[in-house]
Write a protein that binds this ligand. Sequence first.
Ligand code: ADP
Ligand code: MG
Length: 604
Amino acid sequence: MADIIQLLPDHVANQIAAGEVVQRPASVVKELLENAIDAKATQIKLLIKDAGKTLIQVIDNGLGMSDTDARLSFERHATSKIKTASDLFNLQTKGFRGEALASIAAIAQVELKTKQEKQEIGTILKIEGSKISVQDVISTPKGTSISVKNLFFNIPARRNFLKSNAVETRHIIDEFQRVSLAHPNISFSLLHNDNEIYHLKSDNLRQRIIGIFGDRINDKLVPINEATDLVKITGFVTNPKFAKKKRGEQFFFANNRFIKSNYLNHAVLSAFEGLLANKYYPSYFIFLEVNPSSMDINIHPTKTEIKFENETAIYSIIRATVKHSLGQYSVAPILDFNRDSNLDTPYNYKNKTKKIPNIVVNPNFNPFKKESYKTQTKDWESLYVGTDTLKTNLDTTKIIIESELSQTKLFEVETDKPIVKTYQVQGKYIISTLKNRLLILKQNLAHQRILYEELLTKITIENIGSQQLLLPTEIDFTKPDIAILFEIKEELENIGFQFKEFKSDGIIIDAIPATLPQEKLVETLEEIMNNIKLGVPRNGFSQLDAIIKSMVKSMAIKVGQKLTTKEQEEIIDKLFSCKETNYAPNGKQIFITYSFDEIEKKFN
Ligand code: ADP
Ligand code: MG
């Protein structure tokens, strides 16, 4: 049989390659804007007609091209940005594949005008379906203007496949926003059908964000900042109070390149954990700077998905940094303790000296007995102890109060808070009034929030302390569970657990956190393990958070538990002294309110 394999002609190969690079008008926008940035432009103008279907034009004041380069720039794999494969590991530019212009010219009518600063006269080039129709000299300002007309004119199937103008314009605007956010020092403008949509002057990042998303975002921006050997993090997150119900503005940039990463997105969201209701999302604009060699942007042709060498470490650092900023700006429970450059555990709770476990909480202490609230702040810890009578083997003669509890200002009752009356209904809700509104809150969730903030403060700032068990307690666990516990042993010890032995069928415990009622021990450990199994990232910091949440869940007063009026008031007081009052640590809404106007209307 005769040979049947033949090489595809260039223009066919280009058309096939174009399918990868150019999915829609927005892809062209991205490539052209990036080329202008790589050419060191300080002013970039984007003109669009009919959602880019008729015209996409980018005009820059960058370096321009010589006439030979202008011609070469449309060849496939023609690039000025890398010379050898090893350059790939030290990329400083957006482009490097040298296929964007070749691809675009294969599927559109392209006109290029360009001039370098030192040239007297510029070059004009017209290409259609990979064929050059005009190459000439022209008088044109320094820089480059590329217009791309009638995209997919020669591939009707692709052209028909484009979405409505509204959708394609949205994609273009997204692309424009990403690129212009990544480069606040460059002026950008966008005109669609001759209407100016954006006119962004060179400025700092905050002003650029405001320029794009409007003045209203200004007050919501919480700066973030962290520098480690591995990564430098800057940018903003929005205050959780302003979270949106839809995903909103979420931007990650790695070395000033917009990237998508579900994994890193999770790091940010998890830093907001406990601060946001279900289905609410924060906005963020986070810039990562890493050594270019530790980042592989080559795994996707349109280069938004990338791989980092040290992804898990970067995850931890992002999470800790965002958490820290939220704490610093008083929008989250305080997490303001010394920093540690140790990457696995960005915060140094790890190095805190453990309390000698000679501390016992009075097991007969009834948290809700009237006299125990003579001084509000002194006895706040009582809520920890749980409300069931402790079935316990604690040495009741050895009662030592662990630390100066009155130092804790967190739960001092605000005097101007008029609490009228409270009622408990269905063993589940507490009903009262709050300012001019009717308040209905869930006792269990409110208490979880209170305990969470107390524990977080105690663990991260004060050291939580241990209570020694009279007799070491043995608890049976399966092998995989023991392995998990062993892995987080250090975190557990930091909050007051002491282990005597890890056996093949169980563990022996010597001491437990001072705040943990002993009868909640097994439940808490199981809760912790479940949480860890659900995929808490394996770093000390997240695990600590998960551990606290687990403790809080098992310690909080449950649905069905009857509360005295005093107890109900305590809960309301303490909840409204929390940093976050709206949501429980698990993200659920704690209370709802109705204005009396709303109620009045119901009677009509
Ligand atoms: P890449 O950006 O991957 O190198 P492109 O096909 O996008 O590939 O561009 C090819 C080459 O054309 C670039 O390497 C650059 O030298 C030149 N070029 C493209 N756009 C511009 C521009 N706006 N200003 C100056 N040079 C440009
Ligand atoms: Mg390019």
